[in-house]
Write a protein that binds this ligand. Structure first.
Ligand SMILES: Cc1ncc(COP(=O)(O)O)c(C=O)c1O
Length: 345
């Protein structure tokens, strides 16, 4: 028997049965971008799901994630959070913000990579909300994950109760929050008498797992196009499907995805994670100058570049409603103006 198609209200209720803290401004607006749509051509309609406006210290997808992650931490009576990613991590910035709001100590271990450790952009915000920051040369991925586990062990031995970034636990919980986001989108479009012809989002992880699962559970026939900001040392479709399935388990849903259900495009990463691309800069300037909506060069601009390329390739019929899930990341534009300014400025 095929898994049932659920209504948005069913998904809101299923998510509310999990431990959750309210941190994000929800629902975020779904804003049409008509001047932008006209410029990219093809007669399509573009709707921006404004998850850059989730609040929690300048918005982004991690405000939604943290409702369930920090909900889990509070549920487990943890007294500090051990987290890590790159120096300019949006994830760490919004986790630090959630910790400040909930009165949890926040320990961040930030991988230097190619970044300056000058306090600016996301890093400046980490300091402002009182996170304890340490820099490391451990690479993002398995090496940094192992360092975080070791740090958490040290805190445990000292009698503390750390909540630690542990991929198998936190990614499915974070994905749940993007099932909720798709339920919001479906309701918002239905109020306009529309259904989405495609969903676009920057992700090679939790956000994409949630969006793809949400699409399946709500019975949307459209593609959910994940533009990967980075590659991992594991195959992304398999990992995203596994995380989506774990999220379905948390929501007590019978739906299951296979790797073939994951539409993840690793073709927009160049010139590398954390660096802007010409197509991303074009997308950033086009959306800023037509709609006054800012994208970030690392994540959302590359995902919007994918949407633009697909429209220009004639992939969608005129009148199609394309939804771009804006995952935030805007503090990054203040770290290196040369990465975002148009030529000649
Ligand atoms: C602005 C922004 N967009 C997208 C993503 C990707 O999210 P996920 O890790 O859920 O794939 C991130 C991750 O840090 C992000 O900061």
């Amino acid at each position: 028997m095929p898994a049932p198609i659920l209504r948005p209200a069913d998904l809101f209720a299923a998510a509310d049965r999990l431990p959750r803290v309210r941190l994000a401004h929800l629902p975020t607006p779904l804003e049409e971008a008509p001047r932008f749509a006209e410029r990219i051509g093809g007669g399509v309609r573009v709707f921006v799901k404004r998850d850059d406006c989730t609040g929690l210290l300048l918005g982004g997808n991690k405000a939604r994630h943290n409702e369930f992650l920090l909900g889990d931490a509070v549920d487990q009576r943890c007294d500090l959070v051990v987290w890590g990613a790159g120096v300019q991590s949006n994830n760490c910035r919004q986790t630090a913000a959630g910790c400040a709001k909930l009165g949890l100590e926040c320990r961040l271990y930030l991988s230097r990579g190619h970044y300056s450790t000058e306090p600016q952009g996301n890093l400046l915000l980490d300091y402002l909300v009182g996170a304890h920051v340490e820099f490391t040369d451990a690479a993002i991925g398995p090496e940094l994950d192992a360092l975080l586990a070791a740090k958490a062990d040290g805190f445990r031995r000292a009698g503390r109760r750390p909540y630690v970034w542990h991929r198998p636990r936190v990614v499915p919980l974070a994905a749940v929050s993007y099932v909720v986001c798709v339920a919001e989108i479906v309701g918002q479009l239905a109020a306009l008498g529309l259904a989405p012809s495609a969903l676009y989002v920057s992700s090679s992880g939790a956000t994409g797992a949630g969006v793809t699962l949400g699409k399946a559970v709500l019975g949307l026939e459209c593609p959910a196009r994940l533009t990967c900001p980075m590659s991992w040392p594991w195959p992304i479709p398999e990992a995203v499907a596994a995380d989506a399935n774990a999220a379905a388990g948390l929501l007590e849903l019978p739906h299951r995805l296979a790797a073939a259900d994951i539409d993840a495009d690793e073709g927009y990463i160049a010139p590398g994670y954390g660096k802007s691309s010409p197509a991303g800069r074009e997308a950033l300037h086009l959306l800023a100058t037509t709609e006054a909506i800012l994208l970030d060069p690392v994540y959302s601009a590359k995902a919007m570049a994918a949407l633009i390329a697909d429209v220009r390739a004639g992939r969608y019929a005129p009148g199609s409603a394309l939804v771009f899930v804006h995952t935030g990341g805007v503090p990054a534009i203040f770290t290196d103006p040369a990465e975002v300014l148009p030529e000649g400025l």
